[in-house]
Design a protein around this ligand. Structure first.
Ligand code: 1HN
Length: 348
């Protein structure tokens, strides 16, 4: 709106006068606060695994996991400097545990997922039950549950941490505690919960099953289960033009997202296939598990190599092109957005 010169100068004088009272005029800011569509401050970005791994291993020579509490390199979005965020609502980091190391037990409000990039046989323990981790396994440490990690193998173990840190920070609702002792006492044999809840079944009666929270029992989604499922789907299903063959991880307690604030899925884009353009309002982090190809995000072309991580902020237009069968893991804030009735997609 056009303002007369003297009107403008009188308004500016008024703003200056009210500023010390912490009052500010909405009409100067409204267009920036309520936009016709998402315009994320986050950038599209890709992190090369080998480069990040080199820095992580060098950090491993200088500080122990126990000293660091968690030895992690944060994947910080270049558009969100200083916020420890990969997209505005989510965090990502690469964590290293060397042979013989432990990362001490703690719990916090934030929900976390671990997606294994490298190594075989280290563990995450949740309330004292170990999940033995293998490459491309998904392991959850939901908010409020005690967790520690350890590596009793002879190889380094590296995984991607995905947390809802910025979401929890937005609500100013975080709590955290250190466990009194390094590891939580063992509460069940490794794999106990996976056996009970990881096969489309659940315990018919209580007893030991009551150890896990009823709303969030399962915390291990092994590659050995999800990869064959994706292959079987690719053999029999018509490929979806926008996402390829995609399977979402679910919480068996309610069929919903893996955790209250984070959704996750895997997809297979067959060799030679090009997906049609798609936008979604969730900020998404992808990991390349297998294969080679290209992703074009709002016109920016990124070559995809195994174990690279890249982020797609809200409402960017995405197209994949697979040179070989391309297998991707992804997590996003879709779970939060759906609860708040915010989630939207556009499919060309
Ligand atoms: C955390 O608890 C872990 O348990 C990793 O491995 C990264 C980043 C911020 C806050 C808590 C872990 C984390 C974290």
């Amino acid at each position: 709106m056009a303002l007369a010169n003297d009107q403008r100068s009188q308004l500016e004088a008024l703003y200056a006068e009210m500023a010390p009272a912490n009052l500010t005029p909405l009409w100067e800011l409204l267009a920036g606060l309520v936009k016709p569509q998402p315009n994320s401050p986050a950038h599209v970005h890709r992190w090369n695994y080998d480069q990040a791994r080199d820095y992580l291993m060098r950090a491993g020579d200088l500080i122990s996991a126990e000293q660091a509490e968690r030895r992690v390199l944060i994947l910080e979005n270049p558009g969100l400097e200083g916020q420890s965020a990969i997209v505005p609502s989510l965090y990502a980091g690469l964590q290293l545990i060397l042979p013989g190391e432990i990362a001490p037990c703690h719990r916090h409000s934030q929900c976390a997922l671990r997606f294994v990039m490298e190594g075989d046989g280290a563990f995450t323990a949740l309330d004292g039950e170990k999940a033995i981790m293998r490459q491309y396994d998904l392991v959850l440490t939901p908010g409020g549950q005690w967790h520690d990690h350890g590596n009793t193998t002879d190889q380094p173990m590296i995984w991607l941490d995905g947390l809802d840190i910025p979401t929890v920070r937005l609500f100013d609702a975080q709590f955290a505690e250190h466990f009194d002792g390094k590891a939580f006492p063992e509460s069940a044999p490794a794999g106990d919960t996976l056996a009970r809840y990881g096969h489309n079944m659940r315990p018919m009666r209580g007893t030991a099953a009551d150890r896990r929270p009823a709303h969030q029992p399962l915390f291990h989604y092994p590659y050995a289960q999800w990869r064959p499922a994706l292959d079987a789907m690719a053999k029999s299903a018509q490929v979806d033009p926008h996402v390829g063959h995609a399977l979402e991880f679910t919480n068996p307690a309610d069929g919903g997202s893996i955790m209250p604030t984070i959704s996750a899925h895997v997809r297979l884009i067959p060799a030679g296939f090009e997906t049609k353009a798609r936008r979604s309002s969730d900020g998404t982090i992808f990991v390349v598990c297998e294969g080679m190809g290209t992703v074009i995000i709002d016109g920016e072309e990124i070559a995809l190599l195994e174990r690279d991580t890249f982020c797609v902020p809200s409402w960017k237009e995405v197209r994949f092109s697979a040179d070989t069968d391309l297998v991707l893991f992804a997590y996003s804030d879709k779970a939060s957005q759906e609860k708040l009735n915010l989630y939207r997609e556009w499919n060309a």
